[in-house]
Ligand binder design. Structure first.
Ligand code: DX5
Ligand code: ZN
Length: 220
């Protein structure tokens, strides 16, 4: 039986009640906290930064999965390690020296993730896949929560899975954007290991139950 990890995206939380929402995730069946950091340059939106992550870290009792949507992320690797990030994901499109960046993340004791925009071919990871702990496939164009899922993601997952197996890598696959109860099972069947869900969880009438439902749907 496969236990798919569920990572609610805090971007969709109620920031005026952030502690309440964090405690809800702590007490739920969710596995990770997904934290979206946007700089207004790599993506056309600014989310939140270090002081907010510091506040989240103080209360979060689960793995902190930080998704950096920023240019030149090397500048902040040490900072995010100090703020409690357990997994640090950078964008393929934002790194000129991806191998060096991944080594720097690992040197700080974090797992290293690489995110791909919807237009970026998974084959570009051929020579680096063994150095990547997690690939985050964007199933929306990064920058905003609440967008609709891009259907081409399924075939990207299959291609990525094939690459991981062929290279003998132990990389896991995360899907980020537009995840709902409608696509969750199919994503897992295609090879996803971690599902990020923002609006679908936090805007639900009963977020705790929604997480239970997602866990159930994705246990295959
Ligand atoms: C998009 C972010 C996502 C987003 C997901 O740029 O990386 O993590 O918060 O939100 P939903 O699940 O609402 O699409
Ligand atoms: Zn994200």
């Amino acid at each position: 039986m496969k236990n798919t990890l569920i990572a609610p995206s805090v971007l969709a939380a109620d920031f005026a009640n952030l502690q309440r929402d964090i405690e809800m995730i702590n007490a739920s069946e969710a596995d990770w906290f997904h934290i979206d950091i946007m700089d207004g340059v790599f993506v056309p939106n600014i989310s939140f930064g270090m002081p907010v992550l510091e506040a989240i870290s103080k209360h979060a009792k689960k793995t902190i999965d930080v998704h950096l949507m920023i240019v030149d992320p090397d500048r902040y690797i040490k900072t995010f390690a100090g703020l409690g990030a357990n997994i640090l994901t950078v964008h393929y499109e934002a790194c000129s020296h991806l191998h060096r960046t991944l080594q720097a993340i690992k040197a700080e004791g974090m797992k290293a993730g690489v995110a791909l925009n919807p237009h970026t071919n998974v084959a570009l990871l051929e020579d680096i896949i063994k150095d990547i702990d997690m690939v985050c496939l964007m199933s929306v164009n990064p920058g905003f929560g609440g967008q609709s899922f891009i259907e081409n993601t399924y075939s990207k997952i299959e291609k990525l899975k094939e690459l991981i197996i062929r290279k003998g890598a132990s990389t896991i696959i995360e899907i980020d954007g537009g995840v709902t109860d409608k696509n969750a099972k199919k994503l897992v069947q295609a090879g996803a290991d971690v599902l990020v869900a923002g609006n679908f969880v936090f805007k639900a009438e009963n977020p705790t139950q929604t997480i239970v439902d997602l866990k159930k749907i994705t246990t295959v």
